[in-house]
Write a protein that binds this ligand. Sequence first.
Ligand code: F6R
Length: 357
Amino acid sequence: EKGTYPHFMLKEIDEQPFVMRRIIQEYQDDDNNLKLDQDVRDAMKACDRIYIIAAGTSYHAGLVGKQFIEKLANVPVEVHVASEFSYNMPLLSEKPLFVFISQSGETADSRSVLVKIKELGHPALTITNVPGSTLSREANYTLNLYAGPEIAVASTKAYTAQMAVLAILAVDTAQAKELQLDFDPMQELAIVANAMEVLTDQKEAIEDLAKNYLATSRNAFFIGRSTDYYVCIEGALKLKEISYIQAEGFAGGELKHGTIALIEDGTPVIALATQSEVNYGIRSNVQEVEARGANAMVMSMKGLEQDTDAFVVPHVHELLTPLVSVVPLQLLAYYAALHRDCDVDKPRNLAKSVTVE
Ligand code: F6R
């Protein structure tokens, strides 16, 4: 099933452009209009607040999804880690809609929230790669990710698929509410698919970065501001789960509030710079950590790049940068793990779907 690939993870990273194109196909009708079930549309239109519930990488996709839904569809969104939600249940709005994001559709932490909110009589939409899974069956509505089976424990193509479907959902809701938008999701996702292809063709460059920056380090930090920050925590999760390097994602502006104390001579710091609004801010953070000895590299987006940047991803719409900037981070984690002789597809202590709370 891996074909010529040494690992499922690498195969699944490479599949991302095709998954994007499949999503574009599946969510579009013959007249190029968005195609979503009317009852999903109605539920999105009827709610006054969305509560996204998810775990791990799916939670990280939810953080990006909040941006899409709030900015495009003008609906307030809260994003909650499933395992924490029940202890600290927020005051709910009058007409909440719960959106469960789960690759497997089997995550027990998310299911226990679903059971609870159903008891309260609230509607639920599940976004999953496995239609017919528990979370899909028990929710009122389902949106499919169309990513194909994801075998590697570390989630890659499901994450980018989740963000793509969330962008489509946000635009569909905006259209249902008759909001004027200057954003064609299918056109922009097609550009993303091409950009992903450019990135998956640059494996050698990223392998070199993994060797140069992460070969022997005990820890690594990812810094970013705004949307880049969400990709940083996903990049850090990928790196820690498969390479066992202690990795953390930090918001650039938070460094001076404590975490900069961790920077030592040679500490690897990976900075993302894909958002014009924060390009200046993140670059001054890079100078701050470099002044304290960090081995910093900047991954930027075309149009915002500087000569010294270690890697530049192709230009895509600013809302969708997470779908491309995560690809080099996935590959970075992959090669770091490979060079450390880790079991890339089956990291220690982890299961593909976590069916216990
Ligand atoms: C990380 C990873 C996990 C899952 C999490 C949720 O690479 O795979 O963090 O994202 O266990 O799983 P699902 O999406 O199946 O609910």
